[in-house]
Design a protein around this ligand. Structure first.
Ligand code: ZN
Length: 337
């Protein structure tokens, strides 16, 4: 057996691994599919999640088949197809705890049905099921933006999370969803999900947004008709651009991880009463994502750009760092069943 571990800054290895024996409250999942996340790449850059001399096992976007159920676990059965909700695991799977889902057999300590292990609906493949986690992150961002049918939305960044936001915003009936990215490959995916696209490397962002969403005057300043902006990119200019564009009561949600402080032009915000907030994780969204999977499975499949077997996970990490890729999905033995 193997487990993907961060050993230090930029040092990630597929190590031989001995899975701990499960206890009476634990469940073991035979992994079938696990996506590579942007946060995995950040963890590698940073040398892992801080802790005295410890390794950081990776993988938090997993789906698989139950292969062991502890005697005190209720409701789960052998052979059941499940999605792991890592946020609800006691060992923070793939985010600093002793377990990561890039392994053949994942120990889920204190496994609980509909809490940290969620059943996969009939007719949904393991790869689609493994998209639950990033799609839940995306949905939470859209929810935090209070995006409603008919709202005009701008989404900065078309990585897997930004694309997921486009998917949810379009699905919800938002009007004229605009997606921005520097990569034309990524913009092409956003377009196929139903978004207007803008490439800031060669287009005038404020002009294009006003052209698509319309413009209106607020205290003598021309503002865009956009109702909500979601930032899944993290760029030093985005906040200033949004403040300059924001109309009265516009909403701006930051979901990107900013590593450096950015300047807040508070003055021009005063007259618009705009709100700035943040979104992280998915406190309630996973069941909603799972309920929508059958309806949206073809669109979800379009977010997966690469599929690689587990033995090639290190190569997968390199692919995930390129702007041409969307979700890189790692498959384990029997993923297609
Ligand atoms: Zn993730």
């Amino acid at each position: 057996m193997h487990l993907l571990n961060i050993h230090g800054v930029g040092d990630v290895r597929l190590d031989p691994y001995q899975r701990p024996d499960p206890g009476p409250m634990d469940v073991v999942v035979k992994m079938k599919a696990c996506g590579i996340c942007g946060s995995d790449l950040s963890y590698i850059k940073n040398g892992g999640i801080p802790g005295p001399g410890k390794l950081t096992p990776l993988g938090h976007e997993g789906a698989g088949e139950v292969m062991f159920v502890g005697s005190e676990v209720q409701g789960l059965k052998m052979g059941q197809a499940v999605i792991v909700n890592p946020m609800n695991t006691v060992s923070f799977i793939g985010s600093g705890g002793p377990e990561g889902a890039f392994t053949q057999e994942l120990l889920v300590r204190e496994g609980r049905l509909n809490h940290n292990l969620l059943p996969i609906p009939e007719g949904i493949s393991y790869e689609i099921a493994a998209m639950c986690e990033p799609l839940a992150v995306a949905l939470h961002g859209v929810n935090r933006a209070d995006a409603k049918a008919g709202d005009k939305i701008v989404i900065f960044g078309c990585g897997p999370i930004g694309l997921g936001m486009v998917l949810w915003a379009v699905d919800r009936g938002c009007k004229d969803v605009i997606a921005l990215d520097l990569s034309d490959e990524r913009l092409e995916r956003a377009r196929s999900l139903g978004a207007h696209t803008v490439n800031p490397s060669r287009e005038d962002v404020p002009a294009r947004i006003k052209q698509i969403h319309g413009a209106e005057m607020v205290f003598g300043r021309e503002k865009a008709g956009t109702d909500a902006y979601i930032d899944a990119a993290g760029g030093p200019k985005i906040l200033a651009d949004v403040v300059a564009l924001a109309k009265r009561r516009a909403r701006y949600v930051i979901t990107a991880a900013y590593l450096q402080p950015i300047e807040l032009p508070a003055g021009p915000m005063l007259t618009t009463e705009m709100t700035i907030t943040t979104a992280v994780g998915y406190p309630t969204e996973m069941p909603e994502v799972i309920a929508a999977m059958s309806r949206l499975k073809d669109k979800i499949a379009g977010l997966i750009s690469h599929k690689l077997p587990f033995e090639r996970v290190l190569e997968g990490l390199e692919i995930a760092a390129t702007p041409q890729s969307a979700k890189v999905m790692i498959e384990f033995e029997g993923a297609a069943t």
